[in-house]
Design a protein around this ligand. Structure first.
Ligand code: BG6
Ligand code: MG
Length: 216
């Protein structure tokens, strides 16, 4: 198996920011007069900010115009920023640094492929910039996952073919994006949600390169 690179999603794979997205969306929903549950939040994972807002408004059965939508999205993001601007390297998920150190030592290239426009802020906060050869985030793409644009761009910038890369993703939309782009996939989370991935692991804690590659 000739794998030259790994592309990592950020939220939910490298750091547990899904909880902050959830809290910020929940607060917006509360202000609009409806409840937003953790189960509802599952639908927003990996999905762009504006698409997430559309889903949230559908759940609350609220209709509104584009101008208000931009205001809601801004208000959610301001709340989200309050959380992420307090993040520290302690919030890097277990096993992430060890796995990245291992694959870097093996000359496997690394990229971040995230839908988030806040990816650089988070990487700076948790001091992880040096771990990624390439960063493609929500500021660099126009098509949201499950479109493969973010991963194709990352592979292009790394100079590798999709079939030479493994994508690590915690969201169904992200696994679908990777499959649509012709990448190999590792789902990070539960097999019930990520069953379409080539393999599913609960997280990177205790995971070695040999173990991952051995499963393909
Ligand atoms: C993804 C998250 O990584 O980024 C989504 O899984 C989020 O939940 C999306 O909506 C966009 O993030 P941001 O930070 O640009 O609002
Ligand atoms: Mg994610």
């Amino acid at each position: 198996m000739d794998i030259k690179a790994c592309i990592f999603d950020l939220d939910g794979v490298i750091v547990d920011t899904a909880k902050y997205h959830y809290l910020a969306w929940k607060e917006l929903a509360r202000g609009l007069g409806f409840d937003f549950t953790e189960k509802d939040n599952e639908q927003l994972k990996g999905v762009s900010r504006m698409r997430s807002l559309d889903i949230l408004l559908e759940i609350g059965n609220k209709k509104t115009d584009e101008e208000m939508k931009l205001k809601y999205a801004e208000s959610k993001n301001n709340k989200y920023l309050e959380y992420i601007l307090k993040m520290t390297p302690d919030e890097i998920l277990p096993g992430v640094i060890a796995f990245l150190d291992e694959i870097k030592a093996l000359q496997i290239q690394t990229a971040l492929g995230s839908a988030s426009k806040n990816a650089m802020t988070i990487l700076n906060r948790v001091k992880m910039n040096k771990y990624f050869d390439v960063v493609v985030d929500g500021t660099k793409v126009s098509k949201a996952k499950p479109d493969p644009e973010v991963f194709l761009k990352a592979a292009h910038e790394l100079g590798v073919k999709p079939e030479e890369c493994i994508v690590f993703e915690d969201a169904l939309a992200g696994i679908e994006a990777a499959i649509n782009g012709g990448f190999k996939t590792v789902g990070v989370g539960s097999p019930e949600i990520l069953g379409k991935a080539d393999i599913v692991i609960p997280g990177l804690e205790g995971i070695t390169w040999e173990e991952v590659i051995g499963k393909f």
